[in-house]
Design a protein around this ligand. Structure first.
Ligand code: GLN
Length: 543
């Protein structure tokens, strides 16, 4: 059996250069060469996982099938290499120290003084090879979060240095840096790249590839200069210049032969294929044949699209596959009241309410769900978006005017959304929600069944509250259909309103399973319905 190969991504100069996208893009190219690829992220912060962090701090929390709350880069990895990853794919310093300290308490270190080197670095090294997937990976790509020179990332860099020492011919180091363009002098500057490479070499790692983030393609001379000063081959200096979309990045890297350089270094055979489907997807995205559809995303983090990253990407996947463009209108739920909701939502073709926690902006979300229902605008509710749709239906269709979720009003006389039994008495916040993949039975002759065309589906969850089954019959008698139910415990997973062009809401997070070439059925159906809705609006206008 051929040996597994390892590719490490480090970052230099500044953060937020898109290391995750770069790693995921390389994953696309190597997968396309026929290799079984997996990608993992090592995050140097001390939180055990990002689940307890504010979306302002960390953007979206991505959830894996096995119920791990992870960094949003895992979402990019899954979407790009079209593979479900696991808790072994996102390691934090917090996790590593937690395990080391537990081992120390158990006495596993047999009287040794426990130290960063070797105990923490050994723990990190063992995670590089331990990816938990059933299949053996030909290539493991490891992204080290943060930038070279950060104090907190040092144990990780030291661990990969040692790993390289132990697996010399099987490792490649890619260093992603910034090559800024100075408008005033009209030139690219390579000094920051030289400095961060020097920093990396001081810790004992010689990069094999320098990936230069720049806002325009780099010419040959600049690449030669970086090559000379950073001691890499000229063909190993690759420009990762600004792209029209993140999905263009694999194509940009492929044009410059990044996969060829990697295969040569690792002694892998190159069996080029043409990325035809990926190219078609990108082409559709940039050149849609249909008019754009305007989707309102109603949330409380409206300036930060990273907070709803997978939702936005899922909309893009659905749009490209239905040949249209998505225009997103960010609507702050705190601005929505009964007298303002129309002015905010009367120009959109679809309303999407994503997941969320806490009371802020809840009333506005209920208003938005109501407006979409009453004005027959396609609606997609995700997790909290299902809960607010239930609250609206209870209040305004079933006449339970004081219906609420106990998350927002613990004393409501009509708790249509209540705490799950398994959540009673849970006090710790970290990793204690209903997390990860659960089955859902799909009722026949429903829109859900038309969309999935399957009787049993598996979707990922992240919530503490659920639909209160005591209210099921009253809602059914008013026309709501419960089309998806978890067979294990009868939890409501999907509701739909058949008396509406498209009113679908689910307790799970479908956005975690959408892929560029396989858009998620709920998003696909939603975008199709929004397209049809634009059409009817235009007809009305013409008349
Ligand atoms: N806050 C709600 C709950 O915990 C919804 C969670 C979510 O939207 N992810 O059930």
């Amino acid at each position: 059996m051929p040996k597994t190969k390892y590719i490490f991504f480090t970052g230099g100069v500044v953060s937020s250069l898109g290391k995750g996208i770069a790693a995921a893009s390389l994953g696309v190219l190597l997968k396309n060469q026929g290799y079984n690829v997996t990608i993992q992220k090592f995050d140097p912060y001390l939180n055990v996982d990002p689940g307890t962090m504010s979306p302002y701090q960390h953007g979206e929390v991505f959830v894996t099938d096995d119920g791990c709350e992870t960094d949003l880069d895992l979402g990019h990895y899954e979407r790009f290499i079209d593979k479900s990853l696991s808790r072994a794919n996102n390691i934090t310093s917090g996790m590593v120290y937690w395990d080391v300290l537990n081992k120390e308490r158990r006495g596993d270190y047999l009287g040794a003084t426990v130290q960063i080197i070797p105990h923490v670095t050994n723990e990190i090294k063992s995670r590089i090879t331990h990816t938990l997937t059933d299949d053996v990976s030909d290539i493991i790509i490891t992204e080290i979060g943060g930038t070279v020179g950060d104090i907190e990332s040092l144990p990780f860099i030291e661990a990969i240095r040692q790993f390289q020492y132990e697996h010399d011919e099987d490792c490649v180091h890619v260093h992603l840096t910034l090559v800024p363009y100075l408008e005033s002098s009209g030139e690219f500057k390579t000094k920051p790249t030289q400095h961060s490479t020097k920093e990396l070499r001081a810790i004992g790692i010689q990069p094999d590839i320098i990936l230069c983030r720049s806002h325009m393609p780099l010419d040959k001379d600049i690449k030669k200069k970086v090559a000379l000063f950073c001691d890499v081959k000229p063909e190993a200096v690759i420009a990762a210049h600004n792209a029209k979309s993140i999905y263009d990045v694999p194509l940009i890297l492929e044009q410059q032969g990044m996969d060829r350089v990697i295969c040569n270094k690792l002694g892998l055979v190159e069996s080029k294929s043409d990325l035809e489907e990926w190219k078609r997807f990108v082409q559709n995205m940039h050149d849609p044949t249909n008019l754009p559809v305007k989707i309102a995303i109603v949330g409380k983090y409206t300036n930060l699209s990273d907070c709803y990253l997978s939702v936005v990407e899922s909309l893009r996947h659905a749009a490209a596959n239905t040949n249209c463009n998505i225009e997103i209108k960010w609507v702050n739920s705190e601005d929505l009241r009964s007298d303002t909701v129309a002015s905010q939502l009367n120009d959109v073709d679809g309303v999407l309410i994503p997941g969320g926690f806490g009371e802020r902006g809840i009333k506005g979300k209920v208003q938005a769900a109501r407006y979409a229902r009453e004005h027959r605008i396609p609606y997609l509710g995700l997790c909290l978006g299902m809960q607010v749709a239930v609250i609206d239906f209870a209040q305004h269709v079933c006449g339970l005017t004081d219906a609420m979720s106990v998350e927002f009003d613990p004393n409501t006389p009509n708790p249509v959304i209540h705490l799950m039994d398994e959540q009673e008495g849970v006090v710790n916040k970290g990793g204690t929600m209903r997390l990860g993949q659960y089955p859902c039975e799909v009722k026949e002759h429903t829109r859900l069944h038309d969309l999935y065309k399957e009787p049993l589906i598996y979707e990922r969850h992240r919530h503490r509250y659920e639909f209160n089954n005591e209210y099921k019959s009253v809602m059914e008698s008013h026309g709501l259909v419960f089309s998806g139910i978890c067979p294990d415990n009868q939890l409501v997973e999907v509701i739909e309103n058949p008396d509406h062009p498209y009113f679908m809401a689910c307790q799970y997070h479908p956005e975690f399973k959408s892929r560029p070439l396989k858009p998620h059925p709920l998003f696909y159906g939603f975008v199709e319905a929004a397209k049809a809705f634009t059409g009817t609006q235009q007809e009305l206008f013409v008349r």
